[in-house]
Design a protein around this ligand. Structure first.
Ligand code: PEP
Ligand code: MN
Length: 348
């Protein structure tokens, strides 16, 4: 069951719910959101009259298995990363190289993506490469360069953490922790980022169902971290023309099922530079709260994923057109609300 509490609910209510659950052998989790609301998820039913407890707003008995990630008891969440809000009216654009290549190179890239409209900087210091012989990233030096680029531009930084033992180190430098597609079901890692005090970008595994993706998010929430952003980054298809198939069905579905914001990665989702701009527009039109895009001042020379990396000039076009698209969709209420005449016909 999902019990929602008002911000002024007394601690005794949470304690009562938790101890009642434990006495029945049920697992229970409490999650506190930044807006003060608290949700208690209990994997089963309690015999006490929950509605009588002070501060209880709603009690949901039947719900999805991802009780904390579910949309059933929560309005869409906004996740803050520094001064950036993910899930608000403005789309968030995270951009930067696939891998951090050096201090000066990264600062140059960060300045370029900022000038092109990006609001966050991406870049890998620890890379999950298919080949053990491929460049694995600069490690802690890469993290230091990311911090220097943040210092130079003011852009908050998102970067991947590969192993549970790395979480503390990466969290010391990054503003947001990325869990990559290959690690979506690495439960020790999910538990560890769940206990970290940093927002998490959870990429969808490339053969994971939407339900599995939301259950992975549930791990992070269940370990106490309410600040999770989902990222659709393409699933395995059969056509070698694309690296992955960007699954835009998953965007409105994830937003229907979960309160968590959803961003889209059209770089890995296509693997093809020329497809990044059109699929960015499609992603925003499907309801994505933002994009994460691989950008390099000289895309052909990118040390990793060059074929899907775009230039800052191309990012500037995506930024301009994307923001115009989102504003147009928000303004044109007739796109979402049926015209009165049609409503009358349908209800007759
Ligand atoms: C990345 O963002 O650089 C990356 C490796 O992504 P994914 O985990 O989606 O493959
Ligand atoms: Mn990449």
């Amino acid at each position: 069951m999902i019990v929602t509490l008002s911000p002024d609910a007394p601690a005794s209510t949470v304690e009562h719910l938790m101890s009642s659950a434990i006495s029945l052998g049920l697992s229970a989790r409490v999650l506190s959101y930044d807006d003060g609301a608290q949700v208690v998820g209990i994997d089963g039913s309690l015999s006490i009259d929950i509605n009588q407890l002070p501060g209880v707003t709603t009690v949901q008995v039947k719900h999805k298995p991802y009780m904390l990630a579910s949309r059933e008891e929560r309005a869409p969440s906004v996740v803050r990363v520094g001064n950036v809000r993910i899930g608000g009216a403005e789309p968030v654009i995270m951009a930067g190289p696939c891998v951090v290549e050096g201090r000066d190179e990264l600062i140059c890239a960060a300045r370029a993506v900022k000038a092109a409209g990006a609001t966050m900087l991406r870049g890998g210091a620890y890379k999950p490469r298919t080949s053990p012989y491929a460049f694995q990233g600069l490690g802690e030096d890469g993290l230091k360069h990311l911090a220097a680029a943040r210092e130079a531009t003011g852009l908050p930084v998102v970067t991947e953490v590969l192993e549970p033992e790395q979480v503390e180190l990466v969290a010391r430098y990054a503003d947001m922790l990325q869990v990559g597609a290959r690690n979506m079901q690495n439960y020790p890692l999910l538990r560890r980022v769940g206990a970290a005090n940093k927002p998490v970008l959870l990429k969808r595994g490339f053969s994971a169902t939407v339900d599995e993706w939301l259950m992975a998010a549930e791990y992070i929430l269940a370990h106490g971290n309410p600040n999770v952003v989902l990222c659709e980054r393409g699933i395995r298809g059969f056509d070698p023309a694309f690296r992955f198939n960007l699954d835009l069905n998953a965007v409105p579905l994830a937003k229907e099922l979960s309160h968590l914001p959803v961003v889209v990665d059209p770089s890995h989702g296509t693997g093809v530079r020329s497809l990044v701009a059109p699929m960015s527009m499609a992603a925003l039109a499907s309801g994505a709260d933002g994009l994460i895009i691989e950008v390099h001042p000289n895309p052909d020379l990118a040390k990793c994923d060059a074929s899907q990396t775009i230039s800052p000039a191309e990012l500037a076009t995506i930024n301009r057109r994307g923001r115009a698209l989102v504003a147009a969709l928000a303004e044109d209420h007739t796109l979402f609300n049926l015209p009165i005449e049609l409503e009358v016909i349908l209800s007759a």
